[in-house]
Ligand binder design. Structure first.
Ligand code: 2RA
Length: 429
């Protein structure tokens, strides 16, 4: 239970307080509980308003307006104290870049990481900023805490940050499927942000672009089923994974003859096969690995954790679990950008031309689709960009109403850091 002291609050709500659930925020006046801030769930709000009406005796007039906007904490401040947990990782570093690019109104920036990284520095707006180890007081006076250091760190420290009054924007999988935690892609379901109770989740990098493309098409022609195959870059697995891809590639290229008289298929296959790997379960260089993440991947029915995330998160973001989704996730030796081949079955007809029109109007998307001119999205082109790109939109004639398409988004930008910053920006509106 969280106690918040609010001055000038005149409401006798002792009966209300008894009925409020433990996790709700109780407002106190001079140390005594006087009201509750209800997280913005419509049913609870209505219940609260009913209860408040019945407990308000004739003599009790209040100047406390229940504002649907303050049920959940929103930030009215102009200058924000920001903490980043995991600032030295690939997402943390991109987050710093994007906060600077978009001139996020930061008053204090506190960078925290594991003890291993404490003492290092990273650059923000050209200034070297020290990294501190995580402590009990790391979140004191912090308004927004971005978490991108792994699920276990978020599970342990996210609630600590909330206890100190911070709003947590979590980039890990720790709370994504928690029904009390909104899973937000601002362009798709930004309106649910107000329901937060201190923690807001940002979805996985393969779910974000998929939901951005599916939602507008679903609004038009109701999607029944989706089959998605992802082609995910190594940056999704972190800085060490990028290094492994580079080292493997160098080793192999140094080993191969520079001048080849034979066609490549005749090169002894052992010339480009490596046995030892550290990060990935198999050589990633010149390969495609149908397993994400690289360890402890397999779950129910032999789906991988990443595939389950795509299926469950997409349903949650779209607010619709009736769409059937199946996924296969593959790691490929690309630096940045996750590509996805998406097959969609609709309840109603939608032509490729109509789909192009719908998608070109949807926020955050750009349609690149002119096969005659070899125009379609690629990971190299999408890297470093904010938009999710869509192309190769064509009829699937194997079902009554079906489309195939190809999408690409920068997994570290829109798939991670940018989405988190956009969530923070929404909190300031
Ligand atoms: C990956 N989606 O690409 C994961 C990162 N969260 O490995």
């Amino acid at each position: 239970m969280k106690f918040v002291n609010v001055r000038n609050l005149r409401i006798n709500a002792s009966r209300v307080i008894r009925k409020i659930k433990q996790e709700d925020i109780i407002v106190t006046r001079r140390g005594k509980p006087v009201a509750a801030l209800i997280p913005l769930n419509e049913n609870m709000m209505d219940e609260f308003l009913k209860l408040r009406k019945s407990t308000r005796s004739q003599k009790n007039k209040t100047n406390y307006q229940i504002d649907r906007q303050i049920g959940a904490k929103v930030l009215k401040k102009k200058n924000i104290n920001v903490a980043i947990v995991g600032a030295t990782g690939v997402v943390g570093l991109e987050l710093l870049k994007i906060l600077a690019e978009r001139r996020f109104p930061i008053k204090e920036l506190r960078l925290v990481a594991s003890e291993r990284s404490a003492g290092k520095t990273v650059r923000f707006k050209g200034v070297r900023c020290p990294i501190k180890g995580l402590r009990g007081n790391s979140f004191q006076d912090i308004d927004i805490a971005f978490f991108c250091a792994g699920s276990s760190v978020s599970k342990t420290w996210g609630p600590v940050a909330v206890k100190h009054g911070a709003i947590v924007i979590d980039k890990t999988a720790a709370f994504r499927m928690d029904k009390n935690v909104p899973l937000v892609v601002p362009e798709v379901n930004g309106e649910i942000l107000k329901n937060h109770r201190g923690i807001i989740s940002s979805p996985n990098c393969s779910s974000i672009p998929l939901a951005m493309v599916l939602k507008p098409l679903h609004n038009y022609a109701r999607i029944k089923r989706v089959i998605v195959s992802t082609y995910q870059s190594v940056s999704g697995a972190g800085l060490k994974a990028i290094a492994e891809m580079e080292q493997e590639t160098k080793r192999i290229l140094n080993r191969l003859p520079t001048k080849r008289s034979e066609v490549p298929t005749n090169v002894g296959i052992t010339d480009y096969r490596l046995r030892k790997t550290k990060i990935f379960p198999h050589q990633i260089s010149f390969n495609a690995i149908p397993q994400i993440p690289q360890s402890n991947a397999f779950c129910e029915d032999n789906y991988t954790d990443e595939e389950i995330k795509v299926i469950k998160e997409t349903g949650k973001i779209m607010g619709n679990n009736s769409i059937k989704i199946s996924a296969t996730c593959v790691r490929i030796p690309v630096y940045h950008g996750h590509s996805e081949s998406v097959n969609i079955e609709f309840a109603r007809p939608v032509s490729p031309a109509k789909a192009r029109q719908i998608l070109s109007k949807a926020p955050g998307l750009q349609v690149l689709d002119n096969p005659g001119k070899q125009l379609y999205p690629t990971a190299v082109e999408a890297a470093g960009k904010d938009e999710v790109f869509v192309g190769r939109i064509r009829i699937d004639r194997s079902v009554k109403y079906g489309l195939n398409l190809w999408l690409v988004g920068d997994n570290i930008r829109k798939g991670a850091a940018l989405n988190a910053v956009q969530i923070a920006e929404l909190l300031l509106k």
